[in-house]
Design a protein around this ligand. Structure first.
Ligand SMILES: [Zn+2]
Length: 370
């Protein structure tokens, strides 16, 4: 029986060929570990039957920011990938050496996200950056890069986008995270490289390092699927799950409320909540039973990041507060973006991971079908 001729040319990379309508896991060689084991960048290619854009999604450029890895794991398992138009390139663990060490940084203590564009003859991290720069970026049309806050410093799900990058800002709005933060360029970052190469890039920041949290993961997966529908890699949902089209509020300014004194720190404000000027949002207590010093908000805004540590030295950043010109609108957007998430027993939530043991119970779902 004669096979039907594929409508698209195969996706080709370093001698590998992925036929239209199929997917593949491809190892791109980067270097050699100290034990002589090969360091590879493992790339998932889903090459749709029909032509369309090529989107690159990257996770774990910082090796301990594992929400991104989980977001990509769920994304590539989504049933609608079978009907993909265009090509999805997904790297769930960019910084393999750091991931193995459960560390943000490379084994030589460098930050991979300061080594772009990298060099084929440089350090391990520089070579990693080079493989991304030379093999993946030229093959894609747009990029979504997934990050989290640092250890013990969770971020409210938010998109960071380069100031004045209007095409990326449009994608950021479609992603529909609770907050969009405009960020200036930082030299040698993946974001600045993509910007220079004229590939629109949005950076998703959600949750904290080394911890999976259901909200950040669900916002991430839903956001990527929204972008894929918007650029017609996926067809629109038949039933409009997003009842209300909201214009996300862009934050242009944010500040850290810092500890005025060292001691035992207790926060009184959850991520995503708004604060008024002079509101008491936490306190720092003298460990010997003396004074409790209140922490107050110096400006009104929304809490987009926080330390979860119970200890603070004088000057430590405690609360990251975003300032908006229209706080009511910002509050509405945060609420609307949460309502836009599908129910927890949706197929994407095959293993809900509650962020906080004291939060409301997450209903267990049936294990995924094999
Ligand atoms: Zn990061």
């Amino acid at each position: 029986m004669a096979a039907t001729k594929p409508k698209r040319a195969p996706f080709e990379i370093q001698g590998h060929s992925v036929v239209a309508g199929t997917r593949a896991l491809i190892n791109l060689p980067v270097g050699v570990f100290i034990n002589h084991a090969q360091v590879d960048l493992t790339l998932t290619v889903i090459h749709g039957r029909l032509p369309g854009p090529t989107m690159l999604v990257t996770g774990c450029i910082h090796g301990d920011e594992i929400n991104g890895t989980e977001i990509i794991r769920r994304l590539v398992k989504t049933g609608s990938m079978k009907r993909l138009r265009g090509t999805l390139l997904a790297v769930s663990i960019v910084n393999v050496p750091a991931f193995l060490n459960r560390s943000r940084y490379l084994p030589d203590r460098r930050d991979l996200n300061r080594l772009f564009p990298g060099s084929a003859t440089g350090s391990l991290g520089s070579r990693l950056a080079r493989v991304v720069t030379s093999e993946l970026v030229p093959r894609c049309d747009l990029v979504i890069d997934l990050h989290t806050g640092a250890i013990n410093r969770p971020n409210l799900p938010q998109i960071r986008v380069t100031t004045a990058d209007s095409s990326a800002l449009e994608l950021a709005r479609v992603f529909n995270a609770p907050v969009i933060v405009l960020a200036p360029q930082r030299p040698n970052t993946f974001r600045s490289l993509c910007y220079a190469e004229k590939k629109p890039i949005i950076l998703y920041e959600a949750g904290e390092a080394l911890r999976l949290d259901a909200n950040s993961i669900r916002h991430g997966v839903e956001g990527i699927l929204s972008v894929m529908r918007h650029i017609e890699m996926l067809s629109q949902r038949k039933t409009a799950a997003r009842k209300k089209k909201i214009d996300p509020i862009v934050c242009e300014k944010s500040y850290w409320e810092r500890a005025a004194i060292g001691g035992i720190f207790t926060p009184l404000l959850a991520l995503g909540k708004s604060v008024t000027k002079d509101e008491v949002i936490g306190f720092v207590a003298d460990p010997f039973g003396g004074n409790e010093t209140p922490v107050t908000a110096s400006r009104e805004g929304v809490l987009i990041g926080r330390t979860n540590e119970g200890l603070a030295d004088e000057g430590d950043g405690l609360f990251h507060i975003a300032v908006f010109s229209n706080l009511d609108q910002a509050r509405d957007q945060i609420a609307a973006s949460n309502q836009a998430l599908p129910d927890t027993n949706d197929e994407l939530d095959d293993h809900p991971v509650p962020y906080d043991p004291f939060m409301e119970e997450v209903e267990p779902t049936d294990p995924p079908e094999v």
